[in-house]
Design a protein around this ligand. Sequence first.
Ligand code: G1P
Length: 281
Amino acid sequence: MIRKCLFPAAGYGTRFLPATKVLPKEMLPVCTKPLIQYGVEEAMEASIYMLAVVTGRGKYTLENHFDISYELEHQIKGTIKEKRLADIRRIIDRCEFIYVRQHEMKGLGHAVLTGESLIGAEPFAVVLADDLCFGEGEGVLSQMKAVFSKKRQSIVAVMDVPQSEISSYGIVLGEEIGDNLVRVNRMIEKPASGSTDSTLAVIGRYILTEDIFAILKHIKPGSGGEIQLTDALNVQAEKGGVLAYRFKGTRYDCGSLHGFVEATNAVYRMLSNAPDNQFSI
Ligand code: G1P
């Protein structure tokens, strides 16, 4: 039912310069895997195997990562090091990657619209790889897919943030309807601190119904002069068509240095405590 996941990945990653001068920010490693691989694994865990990536200039290493490296594989074949490629091999064997290039950076809404040719007329998931999520029990996308199968509406993943941070997020105003769900009345992209009481922030996981593309085509530049996905979701929300889901799990804001270091520490702890401790091979 949700077969495809869109990864907007055309951004410059200016907060990580000069590391991102040549290296796409999605390829920055959190311990042993590039950031985007965690998002891809989350999609796979939700049984989504068609991965649509909106890339930009200089992002070719991203495509190479999700492809076989014959020389490397030949070199380490039969050695203990082969194990380190097991996860990426599983992804390459099972998933199909499709790409489109976004020529200009005009905001998240524009990036999603650029992905229309890859998605077509069906509901789909969106992962912003900057947000690294570890679900409780199951992954955040799996949780959202379960909600979608019952409600058939666009869904945004949300969490409460401190009031002082609302200006970094899309903020949801709505009514609690139980089961960790909020019916969205309105969304505001990056409101000024103190301008609304709501602290319910959208994180980078969405399930969108296909009408979002037709809506996005008419969205004018909003916050930051960019075409905002939030503004298109607002049009759906006016018709009662958007739910916010309080996911179970932890999210790391890897778009900031602080969050990136926190995520790295958390993954390091997980890997060190795993029975097949990767660092010992
Ligand atoms: C985007 C969205 C925002 C959302 C955030 C989550 O903003 O526009 O609504 O809250 O992702 O990470 P960005 O962080 O790309 O500026």
